[in-house]
Design a protein around this ligand. Structure first.
Ligand code: NAI
Ligand code: MG
Length: 353
């Protein structure tokens, strides 16, 4: 029996609705499979926790999380209780940084039965590998002068180590997929970092002769996400470019409520963290209509990470059979509840095996 220890952090808002739903789905998978089990430990860290204790999570939180196989997070943020920069930096970003989750991966594909805002999307199925530790998101720089003469300087950091790490991750991923990696660059406009990015990409690609490559400037790439997303497989991007592209990816899928994501620790020192793209959705909290698919697809990414890829694809197939039969929450045009969609997925999982 293989046991996976999962730290479950529903967090705020609809996180408390979709994480229990996804955990129920995972439990069903374990029951059916027989050879694996998931041990969930729930942590109530959230904005409410902050109001009570003055901190998003306790001081020893990271020590407590360290020995889990993974962290399964819902969403963080409740502006009515705590300003966003405090809640996000006090938990989400702290975990990402301290646990060296240096890669962020976000797939985007058409789910059968879910309408993309693109008029006639061919079946796209792409995945963005985003460098998650440096790049444009740095705190190196400064301000000088005041008033009219005021100047802000923001430095982007590109190390060979982190750049190469993200690229190798993308190539490894592509080798299990359609064997194509696209590099998101802007070396025609950004003088130092992007030509450097291109040269590292060229070096790394030499180690993967079986993988096809191309390089696209980020502005053109953004347009291609809309006009021909089906032509992409794996895209590797810097922190900022990846951030923007992945939201575009969620957009062309039809709802942020279905988009999954993972923060990966690649050196194995710390657990990785799996959390959907969406936030706590305060406008629909408590109504029971949050789309659970983003969280459930995120659970599929966690299964893949555990080496249970077969179970992962069974799960996604079942999710797609449900969406294909128009059993959908309101964000994607249906009138089913979180619970109804979840229960339908569970019911069909039991039939598949
Ligand atoms: P949001 O993703 O929470 O909501 C944006 C829109 O999408 C809303 O209309 C919402 O109802 C809808 N939506 C989101 N998830 C959905 C789901 N599963 N099913 C159906 N509809 C869904 O983003 P917003 O409103 O900008 O942020 C709300 C809070 O969440 C803020 O405090 C923000 O900081 C936080 N946030 C946290 C994230 C995280 O934990 N990783 C990511 C994004 C935002
Ligand atoms: Mg973003």
């Amino acid at each position: 029996m293989k046991t996976f220890k999962i730290a479950s952090i529903p967090g705020d808002g609809i996180g408390k609705e979709v994480v229990p739903a996804a955990n129920k789905v995972l439990k069903t998978i374990a029951d059916i499979h027989g050879g694996i089990q998931f041990n969930f430990t729930d942590f109530p860290w959230s904005c409410e926790h902050y109001l009570e204790h003055g901190e998003m999570m306790p001081e020893d939180a990271l020590e407590r999380l360290q020995n889990f196989d993974s962290i399964f997070l819902g969403a963080v943020g409740n502006l009515k209780l705590v300003p966003d920069h405090i809640s996000l930096w006090g938990m989400l970003i702290k975990i990402r940084r301290e646990f060296e989750q240096v890669i962020n991966i976000r797939p985007a594909k058409v789910l059968k039965g879910i309408r993309s805002p693109l008029l006639n999307p061919k079946d796209f199925d792409l995945i963005v590998v985003r460098e998650n530790s440096e790049g444009e998101y740095s705190s190196v720089g400064g301000n000088i002068y005041k008033g009219e003469d005021e100047i802000a300087i923001q430095n982007a950091i590109f190390s060979r180590k982190a750049t190469e790490r993200a690229m190798r991750f993308a190539f490894e991923l592509a080798s299990k997929r359609k064997k194509h990696v696209t590099s998101a660059t802007k070396s025609n406009g950004i003088y130092y970092s992007m030509p450097f990015w291109d040269s590292v990409f060229e070096d790394v690609s030499k180690d993967y002769s079986e993988i096809q490559t191309d390089s696209q400037h980020i502005d053109a790439l953004a347009a291609f996400f809309v006009t021909r997303p089906h032509q992409f497989d794996v895209i590797v991007a810097s922190n900022l470019f990846g951030d923007i592209l992945t939201d575009l990816g969620a957009g062309i899928m039809g709802s942020v409520g279905v988009a999954p994501a993972a923060n990966i620790n690649v050196n194995g020192k710390y657990p990785s963290m799996f959390e959907p793209v969406h936030g706590s959705a305060p406008d629909i909290v408590g109504k029971g209509i949050a789309n659970p698919i983003g969280q459930i697809w995120t659970a599929k990414m966690m299964l893949d990470h555990f080496g249970e890829e077969e179970l992962g694809s069974v799960l996604l197939d079942v999710v797609e059979s449900v969406t294909n039969d128009s059993i959908l929450t309101p964000d994607v045009g249906g009138n089913y509840t979180t619970e109804e969609v979840t229960n339908e997925i569970i019911k069909r999982l039991k039939i598949v095996e």
